[in-house]
Design a protein. Structure first.
Length: 532
């Protein structure tokens, strides 16, 4: 039996979240590296609990994991730095993924090294793996299904009890030390008024439809730090908040028999299901909550109270300001409000903000390609759609075009959507209920853009289907410059393409433009594909 021996990130100055993430890394390497078992070593009693209690009081581990006191006596194999390396198993990441990092092939570690010992340098939350979709599914099933690393049922039950009784609205995690001495922006002074302003801006930008409680998780001993925020909540000045609470106090009151060191663990799990969560940027507790919210409730937007890198400016809602282009989170930084470009250090470690796996391929239900179907619409269908054009009042003088809205319930349109569904092998219910129809005049052009990911009850818009209805005009070829594709429109042609990459982020590869119409009028329409 090949065993992977891993020293946990446990040097006496780490919390349980560091250790959980360290275990997750070991599970990934065990499974994808070809090992049968994972032995986790800790050099000190996990993990700064006041009564020196064990990590297993809070979490359950799978059958293929053992926890061992002490350190592995075999020879050490030190992996390269996680900040400067991307680990891959089957498909080597491209330059866009690496973003200046080196790559380390972790395929068949067991075959290469036999019983293998990994130094604790890997046991931290700043790690990155480039995985194929199949590999990522394996990892997600192992880690995020709870079969390998999971909080104990009692922790979950108590968290659900708190959530059910108090209806957690916004949870704010304030790790005060980070605002004074930790991170790139050292000696930052985040005053009580700064906290109030940040929470107020974020809650206003979310635009809550009803008021719920605001709950604070914190290691700050001086609770007067929160007085301005508490007072504003009690006066009804914070959007969406009708009461102020310290989450740990609530949990301790509800469950007086619960050991004090497990109170934050109940708070962690409860925060996963809160209406919204705002955290501290370089906190592993915040990172783990973001990770769990991503996989448990599909939360894609991660919010922070304060930026710990001077080159990174947060949006008004506390989220990182990403640009539309750039395949991976760490090279999509956009700072229109900043005079400085993102620092190299920030770009190299940005994946801390997500704590979920970005990879080369993952299933989206859409082919990651441009699909062209000439003559998909008949001439009769094209003539019918053109005859239905009624200007809806919108005006786009910049691109010299007018718009009309057609309903999918129209019998002719409905039959077309049925055919599109079969052709693209996409459930018919995922198509929008209306069709955007454009009439573009001579001199008009369409400038380079990514289609909007507009979200409604069907989720985000994740794909577009274009139809060209006539050819009695000249010019206006459609170009996808980042995919090196140019298409000359023909009568009835259908062009379909995704708007997101293989893990749900808007992709530059399908940004497109259309040249100037030099003669005549162009008729075209598009149908949106939704997430569900």
């Amino acid at each position: 039996m090949a065993t992977l021996h891993v020293n946990l990130h446990n040097n006496g100055a780490s919390g349980i979240c560091n250790s959980i993430m360290s275990i997750q890394i070991g599970v990934i390497l065990r499974e994808l590296g070809g090992f049968d078992h994972l032995a986790l070593y800790y050099s000190k009693t996990p993990y700064l609990f006041p009564d020196q209690s064990n990590i297993l009081e809070a979490i359950d581990l799978g059958d293929k994991i053992s926890l061992v006191s002490g350190s592995f006596s075999g020879g050490a194999y030190n992996l390269p730095s996680t900040h400067t390396t991307a680990f891959f198993f089957d498909q080597e990441p491209d330059k866009d993924f690496l973003n200046g990092r080196g790559s380390f092939n972790s395929v068949n570690l067991a075959a290469r090294f036999g019983d293998c010992y990994l130094h604790e340098s890997l046991g931290y939350y700043s790690y990155i793996f480039s995985l194929t979709s199949h590999e990522r599914e394996i990892v997600q099933d192992l880690i995020f299904s709870g079969s390998e690393v999971n909080f104990k049922k009692d922790i979950f039950d108590k968290a659900v009890g708190v959530w059910s009784k108090y209806g957690l609205g916004m949870v704010v995690h304030v790790r005060r030390g980070d605002y004074n001495s930790v991170g790139i922006a050292k000696n930052a002074n985040f005053s009580p008024d700064d906290l109030l302003k940040s929470v107020s801006n974020i809650s206003n930008s979310i635009q809550f439809t009803n008021r719920m409680g605001l709950f604070v998780m914190t290691d700050e001993k001086d609770k007067s730090y929160f007085d301005p925020l508490k007072s504003s909540v009690e006066q009804g000045l914070i959007s969406g908040a009708n009461s102020f609470h310290f989450l740990d106090d609530i949990i301790a009151e509800e469950y007086p028999e619960l050991p004090s060191h497990l109170v934050p663990m109940v708070g962690l799990v409860a925060s996963v299901y809160a209406r919204s969560f705002v955290g501290t940027m370089y906190s592993t507790l915040t990172g783990l909550i973001h990770q769990m919210r991503h996989y448990s409730i599909g939360e894609h937007k991660h919010r922070f109270l304060f930026s710990q890198d001077d080159s990174l400016k947060l949006k008004i809602d506390g989220s990182i300001d990403y640009g539309s282009f750039g395949t991976y989170s760490w090279n999509r930084l956009s700072n229109p409000t900043s005079n400085s470009a993102p620092s190299d250090l920030l770009k190299s470690i940005l994946f801390w903000a997500f704590e979920h796996l970005e990879c080369a391929k993952a299933p989206t239900g859409l082919d990651y390609a441009i699909k062209i179907s000439p003559g998909f619409l008949s001439k009769q269908e094209c003539r019918y759609i053109i005859s239905q054009f009624v200007k809806d009042g919108s005006d786009n003088s910049r691109e010299n075009r007018d718009r009309s809205i057609l309903q999918v319930s129209d019998p002719v349109i409905s039959k077309i959507v049925d055919r599109v569904s079969r052709e693209l092998k996409i459930d018919r219910n995922r198509f929008d209920t209306n069709v955007q129809f454009f009439k573009q005049y001579e001199g008009g052009q369409t400038f380079l853009h990514c289609d909007s990911l507009f979200e409604d009850y069907k989720g985000r818009r994740v794909g577009s289907v274009l139809f060209y209805l006539n050819t009695n005009f000249t010019g206006s070829d459609i170009r996808f410059p980042y995919s090196a594709v140019t298409i000359t429109p023909t009568d009835g042609a259908m062009i379909a393409y995704p708007l997101i990459d293989d893990y749900g982020i808007q992709s530059k590869h399908f940004a497109h433009e259309a040249g100037v119409i030099t003669k005549g009028t162009k008729y075209m329409c598009y149908l949106s594909i939704k997430e569900r």
